[in-house]
Design a protein. Structure first.
Lengths: 78, 112
């Protein structure tokens, strides 16, 4: 699976995938210090979304996205 | 898989990040968790009566070492703040993007 180029596209697609089946999706972030790279992966085992960044500024957006995701996960609505 | 308390998880995670500074990568996974450790029995799947209480599970992996923690709705805001600061302070190997204003200008003038 290729990486999604723009963060906005990744965020939108991830949100859609999550809402389709909240219990099935998982979100993974892999950080390699030696390469200075952060790879994000969002999948429900059928569709896989990936985003890669090497830029510090992206951390802010990723952080916001994660907080949002966590809130959704613990809330009781489907 | 070791299930840790939220605070202990963050401490171990920090250690993992420090270990991975020389080589290797740390993977953190986040998933919704409804408290089940067994698959849904068929009978119950048909009935499907009460809503489970949702929480989220965090897992972290470095090479063969695995840790995990379960964050409940009540503990979320506290954990989330601590987690954010943990990853922010440890993922410091990313590049600082320089403002591309000057660059873009020079490119534009070059093409003109």
């Amino acid at each position: 699976m290729t990486f999604i180029k723009s963060w906005e596209d990744f965020e939108k697609a991830a949100e859609k995938l999550y809402l389709a089946n909240p219990m099935k999706v998982r979100y993974t972030m892999k950080y390699r210090h030696t390469d200075g790279a952060l790879v994000l992966k969002f999948t429900d085992d059928a569709v896989c979304l990936q985003y890669k960044t090497e830029v510090q500024q992206d951390m802010k957006k990723i952080d916001r996205f994660m907080i949002n995701l966590m809130r959704h996960m613990v809330s009781s609505d489907k | 898989m070791v299930v840790l308390e939220n605070d202990a998880f963050l401490t171990s995670l920090t250690l993992m990040y420090q270990k991975a500074r020389l080589h290797g990568s740390v993977r953190v996974t986040l998933k919704r968790y409804d408290g089940r450790t067994k698959p849904v029995p068929r009978v119950e799947a048909a009935a499907n009566k009460e809503e489970p209480e949702y929480s989220c599970i965090f897992r972290a992996t470095l090479a063969s070492k695995k840790i995990s923690t379960i964050v409940t709705a009540n503990a979320l805001s506290e954990f989330q703040a601590a987690f954010s600061s943990t990853i922010r302070s440890n993922m410091d190997g990313l590049k600082k993007q320089k403002k591309s204003k000057g660059k873009r200008k020079s490119k534009a003038t070059a093409t003109q």
